[in-house]
Write a protein of this length. Structure first.
Length: 74
């Protein structure tokens, strides 16, 4: 295969996969950046008020991005 043809194939492959990588990057940004504040409020108003006191549990609940576990169509 000639270098020119090889170069064209390489460019084609790069252009083919670029949209896929961009879509994956954008998928993580579809939720507002304020979800952490909402999660912290949820922990305080729903979890702490129900008697949960373990700091490790409260920290994990405040830091877990639960929206990533919900199917996109919901």
């Amino acid at each position: 295969m000639s270098p020119d043809k090889l170069f064209k194939h390489l460019i084609f492959i790069l252009l083919l996969f670029l949209p896929i990588t961009q879509a994956q990057n954008n998928k993580d940004n579809i939720f507002p950046s304020g979800w952490k504040a909402a999660a912290q409020e949820m922990v305080q108003t729903q979890i702490v008020e129900r008697g949960v006191k373990d700091a490790r549990v409260l920290t994990v609940l405040a830091q877990t991005a639960r929206h990533k576990f919900v199917p996109p169509d919901m």
